[in-house]
Design a protein around this ligand. Structure first.
Ligand code: NDP
Ligand code: GDR
Length: 326
């Protein structure tokens, strides 16, 4: 039975990846930070068979201990300060966790492997935010990186450090450059979930207005369940490499609002949505759309959920949550 160790197991992708790996017969271990993290219970409820270890990406010795206890064949480094807007307010913490945390995990893997670097396969959660200022459309593995936020800069560091460990030590270290992927498990701070929760509340008569930032940004949104399958496939390849995962379609925040409101019977949302500079970013990533043809050709990976179905799935899930509360 193969064994996997996941950082960021309490997050959206950590939960989907745990379910996928358990279904494939893996023994799954995860790292949870903090002395009393309430999300520990969420993991226990959702994936009770996972083994949890206390650790933090900024604490190398905790990662070394987790490696020694879990003895993994595969390590998925999903942990990060992942909210782009927050990264301007806490640039140093973002750099320490999202950037230097990658170096810590790579070092923990290297120390665990000793002379045999083939003992462990490593996945790094890189991001389309690394593309930042538009250089090429669609963006692919070779597109110039021009990050536009402290988060994006930290991810570029992690991405190149992963490549560097592959090239320096021959480590099986792959970097997945994933475009936005969403689900009913998405954190409420991200735009898709913020919209799906608010639209559900408006439909139920519990909220009047929704306050938003930039409505013109365009994103390539897919379903998180599809993307964790792509992560796993990367680590099953004989050679480590970097892969874009994306749908190849882009939509604006306005399109997101159109589909979400229409799903609850509101065709004109103009009176329901306000804009506030508080939600605007110091520098924006205007247009993301990915070319995932390398992942399709080499991994046989294709997304299964389109934009409209994804948005409707999220609104339906938030309506169900509200009705269950009632
Ligand atoms: P989430 O924000 O849902 O999860 C982030 C995880 O990182 C949480 O489990 C969080 O723990 C953990 N974490 C934060 N700080 C630390 C720390 N100091 N030590 C250990 N763990 C920590 O992110 P997603 O699941 O959406 O994303 C997974 C990864 O993929 C992230 O690295 C993200 O940057 C990257 N990514 C995500 C994309 C997306 O669209 N979802 C696209 C491209 C990349 P806690 O619960 O305690 O806060
Ligand atoms: P992003 O996701 O920054 O792309 O990072 P987010 O959903 O936060 O923003 C997407 C776009 O929506 C615009 N926007 C708003 N965003 C939020 N959160 N709240 C608002 O009110 C709002 N109004 C408009 C933003 O300006 C932006 O253009 C996500 C994260 O998961 C990263 O960790 C990951 O690396 C990238 O996706 C790929």
């Amino acid at each position: 039975m193969p064994t996997a160790l996941i950082t960021g197991i309490t997050g959206q992708d950590g939960l989907y990846l745990s379910e996928l790996l358990l279904a494939k017969g893996y023994e799954v271990h995860g790292i949870v930070r903090g002395q009393n993290n309430p999300k520990r219970d969420l993991v226990r409820r959702t994936v009770p068979d996972v083994h949890l270890h206390t650790g933090d990406l900024t604490d190398l010795s905790s990662l070394i201990r987790a490696m020694a206890t879990a003895q993994p064949d595969e390590v998925y480094n999903l942990g990060a300060v992942s909210f782009v807007a927050y990264s301007w307010e806490n640039a140093r913490v973002t750099t320490d966790v999202t950037g230097n945390g990658v170096l810590n995990v790579l070092e923990a893997v290297r120390l665990y492997c000793g002379d045999d670097l083939s003992r462990v396969r490593y996945y790094q959660a890189s991001s389309s935010e690394m593309f930042g200022k538009v250089q090429e459309v669609p963006q692919r593995e070779s597109t110039l990186l021009w990050p536009r936020s402290p988060y994006g800069v930290a991810k570029v560091f992690g991405h190149y450090m992963t490549i560097n460990y592959r090239e320096s030590y021959g480590m099986h270290a792959s970097s997945g450059i994933l475009f936005n992927h969403e689900s009913p498990r998405r954190g409420p701070e991200f735009v898709t979930r913020k919209v799906s929760m608010a639209v559900a509340r408006i439909a139920e008569g519990r909220q009047d207005k929704l306050v938003m930032g930039n409505l013109d940004a365009q994103r390539d949104w897919g379903f998180a369940g599809d993307y964790v399958e792509g992560m796993w496939r990367m680590l099953q390849q004989p050679e480590a490499d970097d892969y874009v995962l994306a749908t190849g379609e882009t939509h604006s925040i306005r399109d997101l609002l159109d589909v979400a409101f229409a799903h609850v019977g509101i065709d004109d949302w103009s009176g329901r949505v306000e804009q506030d500079p508080r939600f605007m970013r110091p520098a924006e990533v205007d247009l993301l759309v990915g070319d995932a043809s390398k992942a399709r050709d080499r991994l046989g990976w294709t997304p299964t959920v389109g934009f409209e179905d994804l948005v409707r799935m999220m609104v339906d899930a938030d309506l169900a949550l509200l009705r269950a509360e009632r």
